[in-house]
Design a protein around this ligand. Structure first.
Ligand SMILES: Cc1cc2nc3c(=O)[nH]c(=O)nc-3n(C[C@H](O)[C@H](O)[C@H](O)COP(=O)(O)O)c2cc1C
Length: 210
């Protein structure tokens, strides 16, 4: 219970930083006892969750698997059109809403408090350890000549790649997971302080099995 909160607060106190500051995540543990084909076999949507939090290490591993940097040149675990990294992953946990920066492998607080239940009407969203919200930024394409319709398509493609990474990683860790299109984009965008060019594409709930 409350493993992530406790671990996060301990790390922040040790770092002597205020709650509003960025938290550097521990290096991701990339070991895994399950094979890729086993993870593909176990991949599924499951909406039953325990209320147990993830540890900071588990959150670090999950975010890296979802959309972390996997090469020295800063490229990611998923492919992006024209090299434009236009998706930002937001984490809704018990202690707040955080924005993930893959380059520094850190999370930055954007809203204090437990807003997990605000990510959707389905009852499990407020109970599962985290909800990951994927945010596409049209503004990242401002210097390209790509038509907006193509840019939006790329945003959904990139989101889908992250979604499958999270499904497979969750299967490998024995966690439950479900991706969702049902959420109130307007109210969440305000809470997350998104700009006019940013849109939430999908939200994915991840947590420990009951
Ligand atoms: C784009 C997309 C949106 C979805 N939205 C929801 C949702 O809002 N709520 C939900 O419970 N499941 C949602 N799902 C999960 C699907 O219901 C689920 O993937 C489908 O039933 C197939 O089951 P499986 O994932 O176990 O193969 C969504 C799936 C996708 C791909």
């Amino acid at each position: 219970m409350k493993k992530f909160v406790t671990a996060l607060i301990v790390v922040m106190v040790m770092a002597g930083c205020a709650f509003s500051e960025t938290v550097k995540l521990p290096a991701p543990d990339k070991t895994c006892s399950m094979t890729l084909t086993e993870a593909l076999t176990f991949r599924r949507s499951d909406r039953d969750f325990d209320d147990e939090d993830l540890t900071l290490q588990e959150l670090s591993n999950l975010l890296w698997a979802a959309g972390g940097v996997n090469r020295p040149d800063g490229k990611l675990v998923y492919p992006v059109a024209m090299g434009i990294q236009d998706i930002t992953i937001y984490v809704f946990g018990r202690e707040g809403v955080f924005k993930y920066d893959p380059k520094s492998h850190s999370i930055e607080l954007v809203a204090e408090g437990d807003h997990r239940k605000d990510t959707g009407k389905q009852d499990f969203v407020g109970k599962a350890a985290v909800n990951l919200a994927y945010v596409h930024d049209l503004g990242m394409w401002k210097d390209s000549k790509a038509p907006e319709e193509v840019v939006r398509r790329c945003g959904f493609a990139h989101t889908g790649e992250i979604v499958q990474n999270v499904y497979l990683y969750s299967a490998a860790m024995g966690w439950n997971c479900v991706v969702r299109m049902s959420f109130d984009a307007e109210s969440l965008s305000k809470l997350m302080k998104l700009s006019d060019t940013q849109n939430i594409t999908l939200i994915q709930t991840v947590g420990v099995k009951p």
